[in-house]
Design a protein around this ligand. Sequence first.
Ligand code: ZN
Length: 151
Amino acid sequence: MSELRELYQTTILDHNKKPRNFHVPAAANREADGYNPLCGDKVRVMVAVGDDDVVTDVGFQGSGCAISTASASMMTEAIKGKPVSSAMALFDSFHDLVTGPPLDEPDTDGVGKLAVFSGVREFPMRVKCATLAWHTLKSALEQSGETARTE
Ligand code: ZN
């Protein structure tokens, strides 16, 4: 666990400093806004979905704390090039990862690098920061037209 915690620190710092896919994809055809009032994190997620239902490009804009920015950055890396169905499945896996009982061993199967977020489950306030981009992604993919809110 301490190894994962160390990796968490360095990964969050890196992605907060140099967010990946922090741009507006030219071909974006779905988007949603997200807001976490507890922390003040704001994010807009824009997705380009191709004819074959694959996420061909994804980007985000906004401002927030290091965890929300790093989570959005890592999310874009994780879902780019994946079918929409896989992106939605990853939402579920990530959600389970960060909201599971703190004392349980986290199930990190299939989440790849996102496993570094497993320690967040010990901090309920931070869970909202970590999941904001994912809730926003879900709104965008479902084209609900609603602003994703963590409250
Ligand atoms: Zn936050």
